[in-house]
Design a protein around this ligand. Sequence first.
Ligand code: DP6
Length: 337
Amino acid sequence: MSSDTDVTATTAVAYPNIALVKYWGKRDEEFFLPVTSSLSLTLDIFPTTTTVTVIDGPDDVVEFNGEVASGTPLARITRFLDLVRAKTGRTERAHVVTSNAGPTGAGLASSASGFAALATSAAAAFSLDADQRALSRLARRGSGSASRSIFGGFVVWNAGDGLGEAADLGSYAEPIDGGSLDPALVVGVVNNQAKAVSSTVAMRQTVATSPFYLPWAESSKVDLAEMRAAIAASDLAAVGEIAERNALGMHATMLTARPGIRYLSPQSLAILDAVQGLRADGVVAYATIDAGPNVKVLCSRADAPVVAKTIEALGDFVSTQTAFSGQGAYLLRDGAS
Ligand code: DP6
């Protein structure tokens, strides 16, 4: 039944986002409701492109970076498509073809771009009537951070209140005005491999066992309020300082989970030292790190080359990619690119 010209085949593109105030911990696992609100910058590198075609077959078929998916990755996408089917009252299966331009599962936000692209393309393929806020809520159900990749630039994901279905409407992302900020994120890539412990598992274990979790969650509320003020004032140094302390605090909660979880490697710490050195030399540069050893350095567009050069000078173990503010998820129409 399906073919390349099938009107129900739709393609979407979405970009990763890097949180400057992190999402780390769910209050409701089924509905992907976070403990805290978070704030991110959508990037202009490492997009995910996803085509969804409604098919006649008995099962969903997923091709991921050129290989047919099975096991957990397939189950996660089928469960997500089940949500779309439940919302639309449709029962057909889907053929999903998805590819990441960047590394997958390496703390470079591939699940954010992945589920934002899937939500956007699947909603269109199944004719789900969804505005951007509804798409953000839908993407959230695939991976929390994906809620933010529906939008470009600086984005806040409002945690909302309550639990379960009743709380679903109140937990969505929305863009915020970045003023005159034009930041760069220099990504120091030290490891392209998928991490051993997923974010989902690591945050669950942290919430359940770290004595530092609740203090971090409380301080994250202050970080968010101060971050909003710093962005409104277009104060890059303040934005960086808050982002760095929030990220290091998140890693402290993981290190103090039982058993502890450590994504930081000696190479990550070498980059953190280099960032401190840059600051000592008067360069406005601050680091943030997600669930992996790769380090993202926030700086101005003008300083990005010196930041990249300094990180690369550390040795062959690290390469860099420089990202700027990118756009939200979008559909490709009529073969447009
Ligand atoms: C460290 O969104 O990947 O990148 O909702 O369980 O899929 P799930 O987790 P995910 O976690 C992202 C964690 C983070 C911080 C952030 O992006 O805010």
